[in-house]
Design a protein around this ligand. Sequence first.
Ligand code: HEC
Length: 500
Amino acid sequence: MRGVSKWIDERVDIVGIRKALLDRKMPGGLTWWHTLGSATLAVFMVQAVTGIILAMYYAPSPDHAYDSIKYLESHVASGALLRGIHHWGASAMVVLVVGHSIRVFTMGAYKYPRELNWLLGVLLLAIVLGFGFTGYLLPWDQKAYWATQVGTNIAGTTPVVGALLVKLLRGGSQLGVATLTRFYALHVLLLPAMLIGIAILHLIMVIRQGIAPRTGVLEAEAPRDTESPEYHRYYKERYAASKGAGVRFWPDIVVKDAVIAAVLTVLIFLLAKFVGAGLELPADPSDSSYVPRPEWYFLPFFQLLKLVPGSMESIVAVGVPGALGLALVLLPFYDRRSARSLGKRPLARFSLFGLLGGLALLLGASMREPKPTAIAPEVGRVLNSPERAGRALFERQQCGGCHVVAGKGGAERKGDAKDAPDLTEVGLKHSPAYLHSFIEDPSRFHTGSKMPAFGPPTLSHQEIEELSRYMSSLRGKNWATAKEEFVDTFPEPIKPKEKK
Ligand code: HEC
């Protein structure tokens, strides 16, 4: 072993690399908040690994995307878990990059000499959001389709280039095959390449410049303007002094980073295992009654758009994210005061708390809104429109008086109704066609059936069809993976009465 490492060292100088990377001195007093950047990197690794495996099963076409995800969840060992990890990892990445940016902002770490690295950070933030936006479409379920429809529409409100932008994003005027392959290519090729490249630059800068020391170190007797030569001299002196008293990257900092990475990995695993990623019905471009909902971290923005009057919408849709992005990009260039701690930066304090407060309020408001596309608890997913109509009929006709569904109903289960079967998983037992005929006239299936017939004139054929669709959606909690085993036996067709 020693021989091998010596041989390599003589050629590529690993000892030198190790010294530069691991033994480098860091300023003392770094907080747990300082681990957020490396934590983002750790979660990205998780995303890369799970993403590669998911890509092996995923088929990026509207005809197969949804089925390939369903196949993964029901037939591949730990497939659902894997997808859950990737799903929750994505949310974790957004939380972490935003948290990391807030940390850097509050500690004034974007100031001289780290302006360029702040810019790279802003780019990374945008890329992570881009991952979220493109990844959301890939399952090609209702949620994916309609959220992307709205998202691309918003891009379309951009003045002058709006129409072009929509065309570029969708790969045509409609959301379809071209959109899906396009988003897939962005998600697995362009964005990862950009993220890796920029993250490497970001890290090289961190290593070359060192981490910003605690705010107090650079504040006492600091010249006011960070662009003045005095400040540059002052900075150099102070930074060198803070490093002398400091800790080493290995092992002092690495241990902290590893602890956070481990905690996060466990958390993501638990969320994936017990909450999962969720899958709605396949995308149905004709179901315009579906009310779209984007991923939670886009909700505040979505809510904001709902609040503004229609005529203002396009201004807000493009203006707010545009202004925010521009403010972030320009921040280190207009804020040149040397004060670093938030206590000494009233404007920074005001903007940060204003922004976070606003985001929290908007997020809160959007969570409190009644959810028209909420999951039907007894079905475990959002219903499509015929199913929704069927569910309403089920209530109106008081089927639940005799039947139990997911532990509810059956209040009148006495006398004749005593034999009414539990319908919680009736969709696994019978095909929609069977259910339709049965509800129409149960006595055709069982002579003397105790269930009343609901065929015309009580209900129209369309209503019975809606009811049977709803019945067919009842597949218990694990609807996505459950296997149907129909036990339908249709009665002999009724012979048409001979005409006299
Ligand atoms: C008066 C009580 C009663 C009402 C009201 C009632 N059912 Fe039934 N239902 C029964 C009984 C009893 C059976 C079993 C009868 C049989 O097998 O012939 C049954 C059977 C069924 C089955 C077949 C289940 C299976 O596993 O084979 C379905 C589906 C069904 N009902 C749906 C409905 C729907 C939908 C409504 C409302 C439109 C409804 N029922 C209203 C009593 C009722």
